[in-house]
Design a protein around this ligand. Structure first.
Ligand code: MG
Length: 137
């Protein structure tokens, strides 16, 4: 059975409730990925012509906390995320994202499912996380 699940970072996996959710998924044997719009540190350093950056330290901190290996961190460099998934990577159970354009793009352009994590409204956020739990846990 396919056990890969994907989370956006900013305003999604950066949120403590989502981290808790991801921890539960991991405990049940799912493999966690972060698929972010951000540039990778390497790309930042290349573009700025500098030899170090702390640009993604917050992301790495959370990834380390959730024991997500660096090979499971995908930086999309502000391209649409469906391009990553349709490029031979649509074998995920779901992707969770606060950006409705990304969610629609993935749902329209790939065979996998994306869920919207709404801004601000804690009740609506919990509802989405509970729906995913009901479906997959
Ligand atoms: Mg986001």
């Amino acid at each position: 059975m396919n056990k890969k699940v994907s989370y956006d970072f900013d305003d999604t996996l950066s949120n403590g409730m989502v981290q808790h959710h991801a921890k539960l998924m991991k405990k049940k044997g799912y493999e966690l990925f972060v698929v972010t719009s951000r540039l990778s540190d390497e790309e930042i350093m290349r573009r700025r012509n500098v030899s170090e950056t702390n640009w993604n330290n917050d992301l790495y901190f959370v990834a380390k906390h959730l024991e997500i290996p660096e090979t499971n961190l995908v930086f999309c460099s502000y391209g649409p995320k469906y391009e990553f998934f349709w490029d031979g990577n649509d074998d995920f159970l779901f992707h969770l994202d606060d950006d409705l354009d990304e969610v629609d793009g993935i749902n329209n352009m790939t065979n996998m499912e994306a869920f919207h994590f709404p801004h601000g409204n804690r009740k609506a956020q919990l509802e989405v996380l509970n729906n995913i739990k009901d479906r997959f846990l």
